[in-house]
Design a protein around this ligand. Structure first.
Ligand code: GN1
Ligand code: MG
Length: 362
């Protein structure tokens, strides 16, 4: 184990002696490590938060802590296990929610939940249904949380804000890639009005603002070994936004028959049985609190979030790969193409998607 990592880990109130600290996971933003301790003590997750993206880590950790506290109360009232059905932040030895090191990097830690599984794709409808239940339940537990959260990522799923960034990057074209992606740019532009029209409904209050997760891909849910959903993880992006973001982003991830960055586009399409299973699970928990307008826009939100992700990947490519971690210089372009293929497949299946949602609304 790296000496510098051990030094950081020593700042946290971990039980037992630290035996090893090693890299874990596939996040596109933060650096994540697994902390193993001795003597049958718990393991932990240690993360270096990306301070260029999360510019106010103290406010982010405060949001996470408030959300966790609210969820734990609900779990306890329902007779569940608050250490397994919710994340638990491990503070520093001086009781803080994060540690700032001598290079001004921010670190945070939480308890590792044993005997759990995380997935990169939803192989079976059963798993997708459980994932949908997990997000529906997460939102339901937070539906009476009135305390506002700090807006640590302004405009995160706001397409008006994203188009502002997009117009700026296209105008600057800092690494001269714009002309090479003229066709892809055109795919964004031809959907601009349709996507903005949805966000106007949010701005006008026709779609309510709630407490939401905002990064609901399948790898952000833990399942137990029987395949039941246990708990939602990666709470960095908990914000006040629309529930439709969470549903749409989850469909983008669960119901993609291929990978987010699949190089073989033949693998990528909307898997309707998985879409149906996720929707069934989600609505079994969420239909009691969603408004008729939210229900009406569920299918659209899958297109919206997939579109937004295409825009973000392509914008990062044009901008010279400053946001997402990449494995090679074409990576953001490969991601763009895979997500565009998924969006086209959703557009082809849109009337089926709407009929499926209708089946589970009441
Ligand atoms: C990022 O780092 P990770 O994997 O949790 C991103 C999400 C994207 C996702 C795409 C703060 O999430 O918005 O949907 O990559 N998070 C941030 O896989 O930008
Ligand atoms: Mg995340």
């Amino acid at each position: 184990m790296e000496e510098s990592l051990k030094k950081v880990a020593d700042q946290f109130a971990f039980e037992g002696e630290i035996k090893d600290v090693r890299p874990l996971g596939e996040g596109l933003i933060n650096e994540t490590f697994f902390v193993e301790t001795t003597g049958g003590r718990p393991s932990y997750i240690l993360q270096r938060k990306n301070k260029h993206i999360f510019t106010d880590v103290p406010a982010m950790m405060d949001n996470i802590s408030k959300v966790i506290e609210h969820i734990k109360k609900k779990v306890i009232t329902a007779g569940g296990d608050p250490l397994r059905e919710a994340l638990t932040i491990t503070p520093t030895t001086d009781g803080k929610l994060y540690y700032k090191d001598d290079k001004n990097e921010y670190w945070a830690a939480c308890l590792f939940i044993d005997d759990t599984l995380a997935y990169q794709c939803a192989d079976t409808p059963g798993l997708a249904e459980q994932g949908g239940k997990g997000i529906g339940k997460f939102q339901a537990m937070l539906s009476d949380m009135n305390e506002p959260l700090a807006d640590i990522l302004p405009g995160f799923h706001n397409i008006r804000y994203r188009f502002k960034q997009w117009d700026d990057v296209l105008q600057r074209d800092p690494v001269g890639r714009k002309l090479k992606v003229a066709k892809e740019v055109e795919e964004i532009e031809k959907r601009r009005d349709e996507m903005l029209a949805f966000w106007i409904m949010v701005e006008q209050g026709e779609i309510p603002i709630r407490v939401t997760h905002n990064d609901t891909k399948i790898s952000n849910i833990l399942f137990d070994k029987q395949g039941n959903v246990l708990c939602v993880i990666d709470l960095d992006t908990v914000l006040n936004s629309t529930c439709l973001n969470d549903y749409g982003d989850a469909i983008r991830s669960y119901a993609n028959a291929g990978l987010e960055d699949d190089e073989n586009l033949a693998n990528v399409y909307l898997n309707l049985p998985i879409f149906e299973a996720y929707t069934k699970g989600y609505l079994s928990e969420a239909k009691s609190f969603l408004t008729p307008t939210e229900k009406e826009y569920l299918a659209f939100s899958a297109k919206y979030l997939t579109f937004e992700q295409i825009l973000r990947f392509l914008m990062d490519y044009i901008n010279g790969d400053t946001y997402y971690k990449i494995k090679n210089e074409k990576h953001n372009l490969v991601r763009t193409h895979a997500q565009l293929k998924l969006l086209q497949s959703m557009e082809d299946s849109y009337s089926d998607m709407r009929s499926i949602v209708c089946k589970y609304i009441d």
